[in-house]
Design a protein around this ligand. Structure first.
Ligand SMILES: [Zn+2]
Length: 432
């Protein structure tokens, strides 16, 4: 992630119909890259039906953009991002919420230049007053449909504080809670549930299971994580309505052949649960061994979602930094650890780098790898008709990617590079 935030370059102004045609591109469709054209409107910010525009409406595009055989992908979606560019969603600055709001806007404008056009700003476990001050600024932010705002929040992800004290990872154990009274406990902690799109909780905590159906009925994704859940407990939570697993493998019991734990859900049959849950994977080369990722992908390819779990030190120089609640974090390259106990403390990787790692480690096709940051997270969030796809009527949030091939000693490595980013039908970033 660049340390300086590039300024957003506005797309070409179109004086006529506002119709733009991308040509000579490889479109990400299902599990393949398909040669074709894509039509969008810079006015509505939507993807258009090219056939209809050309033959029925007889409208010529205002602008034709030749991508020279590069990849045109839906904009990337990161469902777990704790902060970036020196800003942490979980910290209210001393200057107050005005400064907090400015920080969020800064992250949005920076993040979009990395190809991430929408995301879930993620809060680690905090005291109730932090949620109550922060959440009003983290709710869905796309309704003005203004490309200059940068990346769009699809709602907040509250990772905690209803987590297992023995699987807290870097979360401060003193602020963890038990949802004794179910939903009312959650409401009094977060203040309002309206800005929230996803909650990570440990389903084995007292009363946690009974809150899952009420959250699911309010379109809040319940994700299992930071949990001691056995396979049976995990399965019960999926039956109750949990549909996601937060950073699979990390902060949960490892796979045991006699008790497969949360990971075991990926091996469940349709007889025991209606649908296997989606699962987040941090493909940064630190949190997980590449082979673990491969196993999870082979077990449930349709469920794999790449996340960065990146935090505010992304893009900052190596050193020791103050963390929340008096702790300190050591940054050594991409590796971030808690000074007091050496525990992994999040990552500083960009989402497109996770896609590149995934490509090289699993042998997935480019389309399959991109699906893990586009169509699959969109489905998990229930917005697959407007985000994460190139279908007519979806938002024209797009990334132009250059696939560099034959890299590394083996000359078999690949790398995806973000060349352009489009948000709501307008170009907001171009690589120099
Ligand atoms: Zn976590």
């Amino acid at each position: 992630m660049p340390s300086a935030i590039p300024t957003i370059t506005h797309g070409p102004t179109t004086n006529g119909s506002g119709v733009i045609k991308f040509t000579n591109c490889l479109l990400v469709q299902k599990n393949d890259l398909i040669q074709g054209d894509l039509w969008i409107s810079s006015i509505s910010g939507k993807i258009l039906n090219g056939q209809e525009i050309l033959y029925e409406q007889r409208t010529a595009p205002d602008e034709i953009i030749d991508l020279g055989g590069r990849i045109l992908s839906p904009g990337l979606i990161d469902v777990q991002l704790n902060g970036a560019y020196g800003f942490d969603f979980s910290v209210i600055p001393e200057e107050g919420t005005n400064a907090y709001s400015k920080g969020v806007n800064r992250v949005n404008r920076g993040l979009v230049t990395t190809g991430v056009t929408s995301y879930l700003p993620t809060l680690t476990s905090q005291r109730p007053e932090v949620y109550q001050q922060a959440l009003p600024f983290l709710g869905p932010s796309g309704s003005p449909r203004n490309p200059a705002h940068g990346s769009e929040s699809l709602g907040a992800h509250c990772e905690g504080p209803f987590l297992s004290p023995t699987k807290n990872g870097i979360h401060n154990i003193d602020v963890l809670q038990t949802p004794y009274n179910g939903l009312p406990t959650l409401q009094s902690c977060y203040g309002s549930l309206t800005p929230i799109k996803m909650i990570t909780l440990a389903p084995e905590l007292p009363s946690a299971l009974s809150t899952i159906p009420s959250l699911a009925s309010q379109d809040i994704v319940v994700s299992i994580g930071h949990s001691e859940a056995s396979y049976e407990e995990a399965k019960a939570s999926v039956k109750a309505g949990a549909t996601m697993i937060t950073h699979l493998f990390n902060a949960m019991r490892p796979l045991h052949h006699r008790n497969p734990g949360i990971f075991g859900l990926l091996g469940s049959t349709s007889h025991s649960i209606a649908q296997k849950p989606y699962f987040g994977i941090i493909a940064d080369g630190i949190h997980l061994h590449p082979t673990s990722i491969k196993i999870a992908w082979h077990a449930h390819p349709e469920g794999l979602i790449l996340v960065t779990d990146a935090m505010r030190l992304a893009g900052m120089p190596d050193g020791i930094y103050d963390w929340t609640n008096g702790s300190r974090i050591v940054k050594n390259g991409a590796l971030l650890t808690l000074e007091e106990n050496g525990k992994i403390a999040g990552s500083s990787i960009e989402l497109v780098e996770c896609v590149t790692n995934f490509l090289n480690w699993t042998g997935a096709s480019v389309s399959e790898a991109l699906k893990a940051v586009t169509a699959t997270p969109a489905k998990m969030l229930g917005c697959e008709d407007v985000k994460g796809c190139l279908r007519e009527g979806a938002d024209a949030d797009l990334v132009v990617l250059d696939l560099q091939d034959g890299l590394g000693e083996s000359r078999r490595e690949k790398k995806l590079v973000v060349d352009q980013v489009w948000k709501f039908g307008q170009k907001v970033f171009e690589k120099k």
